[in-house]
Design a protein around this ligand. Structure first.
Ligand SMILES: [Fe+2]
Length: 333
């Protein structure tokens, strides 16, 4: 059921656009640490040589590759396009002024590789649609039948997110990114806030309110990936799950305005974040979402704790040093 939901192939006719952020690729300095972090979060990390591949537990799509590197760094983004649109997309890309580049060292030349507005590689290739094609699931407890509806704390199950909703990247120019991913890849503006501050894009073939978002910074970088869970309870339980393992820093639980999702961000071992997300707005393939620009103070979150002080810091910028804050359970007396 879930697999069908995420992998269904909705397509808007006569519209040239990528349908999914097929996967993101980052480097981190310690793959063992990464394995533990993503496993604790509820994903399925798989070691493949010098890489870690990230899956959800309930479907076969690979959402991310984590490479061994000297530091945490966004390496590239890979987008999926329908097979019947691929040739037209390549023609469209070649007719633009964008720079076509070779695949990164060691990667095959599958698809077409181009230089993004920030200068990092972007791949466009034929792929199955991995972005959701319908609204995210809502698991609501049935009416009380003579007993309490909350499980005992000892009986709660580990949270396993269903699929990746979106990625937020830092960019040197939000307007430049909107132009690049919009004009070149066909992603559409959902909403933005401020002047060149933050922007959200969706696929016209049906996706969450954003499958990719941009936040202005001095350099490009990976800010967070976001994973869909089925209830506000699972946002809270996921947060507790990470708390118990010592990953206590982050932001939330709260509710965003743009995208509407309930959120909890957990700071990862490298200063970026991973998000439990519930009930994000969905943009079907046959709906034209009314994009608008919003005042930042009125659009980041409707309720929740104060924004975490390092939430907007790009630790991939030269000179920014992240100090890991995990408190290992064995350190707690
Ligand atoms: Fe998010």
């Amino acid at each position: 059921m879930t697999q069908l939901m995420t992998m269904a192939q909705t397509r808007r006719a006569d519209t040239l656009a990528v349908h999914s952020l097929d996967e993101y690729v980052i480097s981190v300095p310690n793959l063992d640490e990464a394995y533990e972090f993503y496993d604790l979060f509820g994903l399925k990390p798989v070691r493949m040589g010098n890489e870690l591949h990230l899956y959800a537990h309930n479907n076969p799509h690979r959402y991310a590759r984590i490479k061994q590197g000297s530091k945490k760094r966004l390496l590239w983004l890979s987008f999926g396009v329908y097979a019947q649109d691929y040739d037209a997309m390549v023609t469209h890309i070649k007719a633009s002024k964008v720079e076509i580049i070779s695949a990164p060292e060691g990667e095959d030349e599958k698809g077409i590789w181009i230089k993004s507005s920030d200068g990092f590689p972007v791949q466009v290739k034929i792929a199955e649609k991995s972005s959701p094609s319908m609204s995210p699931p809502r698991k609501i407890e049935p009416e009380s039948n003579g007993q309490g509806r909350s499980p005992n704390k000892s009986k709660v199950l580990k949270v396993h997110p269903l699929y990746m909703s979106h990625v937020l990247i830092f960019t040197k120019s939000v307007n430049g990114a909107l132009e690049f991913y919009g004009k070149l890849l066909g992603l559409r503006l959902s909403d933005s806030a401020g002047d060149d501050l933050i922007g959200f894009v969706h696929s016209p073939h049906g996706s969450d309110h954003h499958l990719l978002a941009f936040l202005k910074a001095d350099d490009y970088g990976f800010h967070h990936s976001s994973w869909t869970v089925q209830s506000i309870d699972e946002v809270g339980l996921g947060s507790m799950q990470m708390n118990a393992a010592g990953f206590k820093e982050g932001w939330g639980v709260g509710r965003h305005v743009l995208g509407s999702n309930y959120f909890r961000y957990i700071q990862d071992p490298w200063g970026s974040f991973i998000e439990y997300s519930y009930d994000i707005d969905f943009v079907p393939h046959d709906l034209d979402w009314p994009a608008a620009n919003h005042p930042p103070d009125d659009s980041l979150y409707a309720w929740g704790p104060d924004v975490y002080e390092e939430f907007g810091v790009n630790f991939e910028v030269v000179g920014q040093q992240f100090k890991p804050k995990r408190i290992h359970p064995e350190q707690v007396t």
